[in-house]
Design a protein around this ligand. Structure first.
Ligand code: C2E
Ligand code: CA
Ligand code: CA
Ligand code: CA
Length: 281
């Protein structure tokens, strides 16, 4: 009876119960959110550190909750991943982002045209209809495949290496580009890098942030830039927050930058204001 009692207390640990309930509530709300169209796509510019011009945007999902306000992805992406809802969300984000970018390309012509970077989760990446989905969305929105960049993390490449490689090669053959997100924080298994048609390494913001105060971070960035250069890849420094950091990254020959210094992720209206004023970085 004693052990049973103990087991019971563990099962009904009030904090665990609360946690599970909270997750369940998020799942229920998230399903409704998709139906009720409460999700939003925000956009953050990616800037050429050579010219100071906006070359494209990263699409970042937000949840405009009717009572809780704007919910950041950290609060619901993990639940979405666990429940598989991430796939529906991910395709919706891709559709929105491609449509929006197609419109901006017409309204704000540039050479090359503005690009759009979209995060693709591991779950989406192993869906059997991935290529059809991407192809369908490009057809529907009329966006050129060369304007689309898909961001994946190292874990996607490592956990399902062969399937991932096949999918990347097929999409790359269509003209779609690939970026490795949060580069340097994951497995950092360099063996896959030279075997796959990856275009861009996005240096994680933990290395970029405070680069002006911590010399060892300079060396890490220097190494990633050299690696990318040797493999014929581009580099985007994430999380650029100050002008000093921007100068430092320019000096380190990072080709592109992204971060609060240029702009926080914003809604499409604020993006248009940004594209109209063409700030001088
Ligand atoms: P991520 O892909 O690494 O996106 C960059 C995150 O860094 C964004 O957070 C962005 O707001 C934040 N950030 C950008 N510049 C700065 C800066 O200068 N300083 C600081 N401190 N942060 C900066 P956000 O929008 O909260 O997104 C968090 C994560 O959620 C993303 O990280 C990504 O992993 C995931 N996520 C967002 N949207 C999607 C999506 O549509 N699909 C999937 N699968 N994941 C998404
Ligand atoms: Ca990303
Ligand atoms: Ca990132
Ligand atoms: Ca290349």
């Amino acid at each position: 009876a004693k052990t049973l009692g103990k087991a019971r207390t563990e099962t009904f640990d009030p904090s665990m119960h609360g946690h599970a309930m909270a997750r369940l509530q998020i799942e229920i709300d998230l399903r409704k959110a998709l139906e009720r169209q409460e999700l939003r796509v925000f956009y953050q510019p990616i800037v050429s550190l050579k010219t100071g011009k906006i070359t494209g945007f990263e699409a970042l999902v937000r949840w405009q909750h009717p009572t809780s306000g704007m919910i950041p992805p950290i609060k619901f992406i993990p639940v979405a991943e666990e429940t598989g809802l991430i796939c529906a969300i991910g395709w919706w984000v891709l559709q929105q982002a491609c449509q929006q970018t197609r419109y901006w390309q017409e309204r704000f012509p540039s050479e090359p045209p503005l690009t759009i970077s979209v995060n693709v989760s591991g779950k989406q990446f192993t869906q059997s209809n991935l290529i059809e989905q991407v192809d369908r969305i490009l057809q529907e929105t009329g966006l050129a495949p060369t304007s689309l960049k898909l961001e994946i993390t190292e874990s996607v490449l490592v956990e399902n290496a062969e399937a991932a490689a096949a999918v990347i090669c097929q999409l790359r053959a269509m003209g779609i580009q690939f970026s490795i997100d949060d580069f340097g924080t994951g497995y950092s298994s360099l063996s896959y890098l030279h075997r796959l048609p990856i275009d861009t390494l996005k240096i994680d913001r933990s290395f970029v942030n405070n680069v002006d105060c911590e010399p060892e971070k300079i060396e890490i960035i220097r190494t990633i830039v050299a690696l990318a250069w040797n493999l014929g890849m581009n580099v985007v420094a994430e999380g650029v927050e100050t002008k000093t950091q921007m100068y430092q990254l320019q000096a380190l020959k990072s080709e592109y930058g992204q971060g609060y210094f240029f702009s926080k992720p914003t809604d499409s209206e604020a993006v248009e204001a940004l594209l109209m004023t063409q700030p001088d970085w």
